[in-house]
Every structure is written in C-alpha cells, then in structure tokens.
Design a protein around this ligand. Structure first.
Ligand code: PGA
Ligand code: ZN
Length: 423
C-alpha cells in the first residue's frame, strides 16, 4: 500500500533548453519525480503536448500543463494507491476524456504517471524495472541491444544529411556493457576521422556528429570506415541502423532528398532503401517512409521484412490502434516505443504487450529533446523489449540512460540476460 499524499508539477528545462514538465508525488516512502521528454520530429498522431503559446519561452512554456496537474489531476489522485498504476492512469484518462489527451495534455498526464510508477516501485521495495515488469506481466528481464546514433541530420541538425539518424548496433558484443564500449570506441574513432578530413565534428540534439556531407551515403561510408578503424568488422561485430524520419522530407507526394538534389516517388524511395540494404550492413530501418504512405510501408516490408528490421515510429506513435492497423496490413516487423507519444505508462505497457503478442520486435526510445530522467532504461529491461534507442554515447541526457542500464546489469549480476541481436 502506498497512498498518494500529494501531487504536483513544475516547469523545468529539457536538453534543448525548452521548458518541459516534471511531476512529483509524495507517499510515506518519500518524494518521487518524472520528467517528460519532447520530440523534434513528432508524429502528427501523438498525444498532445500542451504548450502555453504567448511570448514567454517563445510560446513553449508548460505552465498550463503544470496547472492542470496541480488543480485538476492532484485532487482526484490523493489517497489512491500507487501500486495500482493502471487505476491511477485510468483516473487521469477519464478526467481528460479526449482521444489525444488534448484537454489536460499528454505531457501533464505522463509526468504524473512516471512519478507514480517510481512511487509504486518504492512502495513494494522493488527496483523500477521489477515493478514495471510486474505491471506489464513480464518476468524475463533483458538488457537491450543498443542502437546508438553516431551521425544525425534532418530535423536534428542544420546542414547535415536529409536522413535524421545513422546508428550503430554492436551485434557481436557479449553483454550490454561490452556493446556500449564498442559503440563509444567507434564514436570516438569517427570524431578523429571527421577532424582528419576537415569535417565538422560538432554534435546535434542526440549527441551524434553532424558533418556537412554531399550525400546520405557519405554518412554510411564514414561509419563503415570508423567501425573498421576502431578494429571491428562491419556487419559482424557492429551493424548499421537508420532512421530517415521520412515524414520530415515527404512533400506533396515526393521524397525530397535536398542533400542529393533528388525528388523520389514512393516506389523510387523503396528502391533507394533496397539499394542501401544491398550495399551496406544495414539491419534496421525506422520510418524509411512517411507516416501517411501506408501502402509503401507494406511494399517495403514485403520486399525487405525477412532480412531486416522495419520499424514504425511516426507511423504508429505507441498507439495500440495504429499498431493493430500496422499488424493487420503487415506494414512493419518492429515497433518503436516512446512513452510521451501516448502519454501514460500503462498505455505504453499495453502498446509493448500488443506488439510482442503479435511477434513485433520492440525498441524503447528517447526523444530529440530529452532530460536526465532515466525511466526508459528501467522500462526496456522490465518489459524485456530487447532493444534500446537512447542516442549517442555522449551528452548527459543520453548517457544517463546508458549508465542506468549499467547499474541494472550490475544488480542483475549473473542473472543478466543480454539480447545481443537486432534480427
Ligand atoms: P524525435 O525523433 O526528435 O521526434 O524524438 C527521434 C526519432 O524519430 O526517433
Ligand atoms: Zn524515428
């Protein structure tokens, strides 16, 4: 039993320097918090991120969301038991009553939900990952294979590639900590190569490099070179994963690749991706097509789905209805999971369970604008999702999650199961 004694929220800053919301719960076990991240290339069907508008913080303040927690949510939650997280989340969903949480804000609701999950774990004297596993009915804790971004462009970095994320996945590592080391070594090696070639080695939102390149495939060449120079074999030790975030460059029915001065039809975009899969050790493509271009997803999954992982992000936005649609249409074979796309912990867990039940791989992900909150590290282990997408091996809002995974790996000791694969 962990009765909620008080609920409140405050406005804090995220890693991009914009306001976000922190929820805070008090029980007799102490004070528990959760901070909500924010997307830079958000899908249009995500839960509403309530922002103030007006002049302060260029309209990005979240004081209305804070007020919704303090005045509307708090009175209804005081006295409830944090152990029953579903009841708490349902109470907030009913209070909101809209499909996209547009009344209270998905950010307001999630901030409280995250804090309640932490309070629930404490009240049962459990680690957060254990509590989340129990809520979600999962007993098989698993350390994820990390997909770590190393070059970023698109909406995440000016002047870099059209594609948003180029990631490395150390599929040859034996443990999570070894995978992290492989990734960090390749990251530092890429930095050295960029400087040697007189390219920009500054980093973008997620800590990855943002060199100005003439084509998207130049990024792949650089990554392959970095993997080799760091002493690893591309494809065997370390594979490549992509998130083009194609909705961002899909304009009037065409995929506009500005860096290459190409304008591709849907069919040509599928061919373009197919060609890449042939030429490079790519094991995973997320949002290779735009969120409304469903038929092309189906085509791509049919052509490539047996060889590589095809991940829906903006396409399904952690929403069980859209995940079900993607399953029915055979549009994907993996689901990206972002708690703030849907706006509560219970619904996030439902999305993971629906995906797993239908044999979709699941990947827990951060956002472009993230924070020091490490919740998703516990979520990925507790729900046994098997893959993480937590950004580069640099910048504290990214490394905080990796460091939490290292702690969990240590706590689990010889019981630590490491996924180790993508496909
Ligand atoms: P975000 O993008 O900036 O919207 O979080 C990350 C992603 O597309 O996975
Ligand atoms: Zn994405």
């Amino acid at each position: 039993m962990g009765k909620i004694e008080s609920v409140k929220a405050r406005q804090v800053l995220d890693s991009r320097g914009f306001p976000t919301i922190e929820g805070e719960i008090k029980t007799k076990k102490g004070v528990f918090r959760g901070i909500v991240p924010s997307g830079a290339s958000a899908g249009t069907r995500e839960a509403l991120e309530l922002r103030d508008g007006g002049k302060q913080y260029f309209g990005k303040g979240v004081t209305k969301a804070v007020e919704n927690v303090n005045k509307i949510i708090a009175p209804k939650l005081i006295g409830l038991d944090v152990v029953d997280l579903e009841n708490i989340d349902n109470t907030m969903l009913h209070l909101d009553g809209t499909a996209q949480k547009s009344k209270l804000g998905g950010n307001a609701i999630l901030s409280v939900s995250l804090a309640c999950a932490r309070a629930g774990a404490a009240s049962k004297n459990q680690e957060l990952y254990e509590f989340l596993g129990e809520v979600g009915g999962n007993k098989r804790f698993m350390l994820p294979t990390p997909m770590m971004v190393i070059i970023e462009g698109g909406a995440h970095a000016e002047e870099s590639t059209d594609f948003q994320e180029f990631m490395i996945a150390p599929v040859g590592a034996k443990s999570f900590s070894e995978a992290l080391r492989f990734g960090a070594e390749v990251y530092q090696t890429l930095k050295k190569i960029l400087l040697e070639r007189k390219l920009n080695a500054n980093v973008g939102f997620e800590g990855a490099f943002t060199p100005k390149l003439n084509s998207n495939s130049d990024a792949l060449e650089l990554i392959v070179a970095a993997i080799e120079q760091a002493g690893y074999t591309p494809g065997k030790d370390i594979a490549i994963a992509l998130d083009p975030a194609a909705s961002e460059f899909f304009k009037d029915g065409k995929y506009e690749l500005a860096a290459e001065e190409k304008s591709l039809s849907s069919g040509e975009m599928v061919d373009y991706l197919m060609q890449w899969i042939e030429s490079y050790p790519i094991v995973s493509v997320e949002d290779g097509l735009a969120e409304d271009d469903w038929d092309s997803w189906v085509l791509f999954n049919k052509k490539a789905g047996r060889r590589i992982q095809i991940v829906g992000d903006d396409l399904i936005v952690t929403n069980t209805e859209l995940i079900q649609r993607a399953i029915d249409m055979a549009a994907i074979n993996a689901a990206l999971i972002k708690p703030n796309q849907i706006g509560s912990v219970s619904e996030t867990i439902n999305a993971i369970n629906l995906a797993k039940k239908n044999e979709l791989r699941t990947i827990v992900s951060h956002r472009g604008g993230d924070t020091e909150d490490t919740f998703i590290a516990d979520l990925v282990v507790g729900m046994g999702c098997g893959q993480s997408k937590f950004g580069a091996t640099s910048r504290a809002e990214r490394t905080s999650k990796y460091n939490q995974l290292l702690r969990i790996e240590e706590i689990l000791g010889n019981k630590a199961v490491y996924n180790g694969k993508i496909i």
